[in-house]
Design a protein around this ligand. Structure first.
Ligand SMILES: Nc1ncnc2c1ncn2[C@@H]1O[C@H](COP(=O)(O)OP(=O)(O)O)[C@@H](O)[C@H]1O
Ligand SMILES: [Mg+2]
Length: 261
């Protein structure tokens, strides 16, 4: 009976953002965002520079530099606004790093091993047995075409743009989050890096997880086909549609949306 009840109140949404207002140092950036993401869905957020795309991803992930003044953010039916970034990560929210840090002396493998075990600890689980960890690393690395020598390199030290992306996607696969937020504003995203990201996301996505893909570039959506596309402008979602909206934006620019809204 209790089990049934728990099931009944569980939200159908992975993420539900309602009337969200947020800003920094008294400056309002997000002005009433509504966004509902169900498991199995890929949502793309597009919009001109400065429209608040990165702010939205930071606020969902729990970056405390930003202040939420109104609205709510729920993850699987639970209000997460009071949770810090670490707790949100442990609940399964993953935010890719736009500007990855270099950590000399810490290898790609060691970094991911520590991250996974920290999460498990926070969830009350024991460390992942070494054998299982190794097996998972091998599996995911093979899936992404990552070679052994890459795994032992110092994190991000001397990495090319493509290698940084490969590492980011490797982290995503290893952490296996429920909600992956990828902020791809990086203008250094060349066609190779773009394909690495797309291939990784397509291998990652399944019916139990969700992806929030933030991108300035329509081109990425040629490779990752989103279920929904939202246009963000001046802190508000002014239009939502399917993948065709991205194509229309590519052809007609953002001003056209503003006129229609
Ligand atoms: N840390 C910050 N301090 C002050 N203003 C910020 C900060 N981060 C973002 N902003 C401002 O908020 C607005 C939205 O920025 P951002 O979310 O980065 O947009 P986008 O990712 O869509 O380019 C911009 O006007 C930007 O200058
Ligand atoms: Mg940005």
């Amino acid at each position: 009976m209790l089990k049934l009840l728990t099931f009944a109140i569980q939200s159908e949404y992975m993420l539900k953002v309602q009337n969200l207002y947020a800003g920094i140092e008294g400056k309002e950036i997000l002005k009433g965002i509504n966004l509902e993401i169900k498991p199995g869905e890929v949502h793309a957020i597009m919009g001109p520079n400065g429209s608040g795309k990165s702010t939205l991803s930071s606020v969902i992930a729990g970056n405390e530099d930003f202040e939420v003044s109104r609205g709510s953010i729920e993850m699987e039916g639970e209000d997460i606004l009071e949770l810090g970034a670490d707790d949100r990560a442990h609940k399964g929210i993953f935010l890719s790093f736009q500007y990855p840090v270099e950590i000399p002396g810490v290898s790609v493998t060691n970094f991911i091993r520590t991250a996974i075990n920290e999460t498990r600890k926070a969830q009350g689980l024991d460390e992942m047995p070494a054998g299982e960890m190794l097996k998972t690393i091998r599996e995911k690395a093979a899936m992404l075409g990552i070679r052994k020598d890459f795994l032992s390199r110092s994190l991000n030290e001397g990495f090319s743009g493509g290698e940084k992306k490969r590492n980011e996607i490797f982290q995503l696969m290893m952490m296996d989050p429920k909600l992956a937020i990828l902020d791809e504003t990086d203008s250094g995203l060349d066609i190779d890096a773009l394909k690495i990201v797309a291939e990784g996301v397509n291998k990652f996505r399944n019916e139990n997880n969700a992806v929030l893909l933030i991108t300035h570039y329509q081109r990425l959506l040629d490779y990752i086909v989103p279920d929904f596309v939202h246009v963000l402008s001046d802190g508000k979602i002014i239009k939502s549609g399917d993948k065709n909206l991205a194509l229309e934006l590519e052809a007609r620019g953002y001003d056209w949306v503003k006129e229609e809204a």
